[in-house]
Design a binder for this molecule. Sequence first.
Ligand code: SF4
Ligand code: SF4
Length: 439
Amino acid sequence: MGTPVYTFRGGTHVEEYKNTRGKKIEKLPLPEVVEIPLAQHIGVVCRPVVKAGDHVYRGQLIGEASSGLYCLVHSSVSGTVSEIKVRHNAQAQPIETVVIKSDGLQELDPGIHPHDRKLSETSPDEIVEIIRKAGISGMGGAMFPTHAKIKSSMGRVNRLIVNCAECEPFITANHRLMLERPQDIVNGAKILLRALGLTLAELAVEDNKADAINRLLEVIGKSSFIKVRVMQTKYPQGDERQLIYALTGREVPAGKLPVDVGCVVFNAETCAVIYRAFAYGLPLIERCITVDGDCIAEPKNLLVPLGASYRSLIECCGGLVKKPYKIINGGPMMGAARWEIDAPVTKGTSAVLVFSEDFAKQSDYSACIRCGRCVKNCPMHLMPVYLAQYAMARRYDDAEKMGVMSCVECGTCSYNCPGNVQIVQYIRVAKGAIKARRS
Ligand code: SF4
Ligand code: SF4
């Protein structure tokens, strides 16, 4: 492509399994029922503003909070609220969830309308308010409320990066979005530039997506405000700390945030939904999801109303061809295992992967052979082998001194370990124990 290729230190090459990269985004048939949790973001849980028996429109507000870190919640279908129940999320926390029976009409909330002024006539604070009202949170998996991220970055950043890396195996939803709706991503980036008072947004795309890079370049044309940065295909290139280092040479210190080094990173689909909020007034009520894994009959990319069950996605992909052993929300490296097939899709669900025992089961036997590979590949420059050993011995103070809290849980160490040591699992235990002690 003749363009510089950016990268970071450490990391690894993982088997890509991008089986769905050629699969156009299909609309999931409208589910009869959706179950919408009132916390699909980092922060306080919203309270319901509807009750059983109420009629709701598509896009109508159903959950809100007025203080703290929060993200508003809207209905993804028109229909009737059948109940408000408690459901456990991927972290096993009980969350109030609004159950809505669809009426099949998908009538849009009459209060939804496009923003009535041009971007150049809209102030940064007004943009933040549009995004807050649309209930947008980070869609790459972090689920941080977007309005709060923009607000805390105003006047503090000089680099805006759009994360189009999609480095996790299997997931191709962002890749398809770049091919099919590149203008939404680019327009979202322009809105963010206006909100942050910057003049350049850098779209970071791995070099295994040449077709997407070309589509973005076509849409960008001669604009000097948006540039595509071609990143080396390497895991975890999509981790925002690695992106920032690769593009700016700045390292985010342990315990600090990208904003502390003058950078802010937004996911590609987050940019697209920001544009739709601005252009059409649409809240975040649907998202693109890759459905794959060796148990899935016909892997696909789907456009899914939030609250649809994993089961409905799997049925749309022809059902299961093998007995499922593991269901993962997100990618196989950093995603979370779910124990129920009727779990609902949320704002942070980038993929639903279903694997058989043959594919996913790891050997029960593990032993460190002191090869040092985990140390060599750790993108955070940690000593994973020692962190795991301290965690096993419950020496959490020692693990903390060795920087365990800086681990981004990318799984690179476990992926490469010839001794089959579940390093990242031990690290998670240590981090959980340290966090519990602090609270
Ligand atoms: S990669 Fe595995 S076997 Fe090698 S040093 Fe690390 S923990 Fe030990
Ligand atoms: S120690 Fe943490 S950051 Fe380093 S490779 Fe392992 S999971 Fe990734």
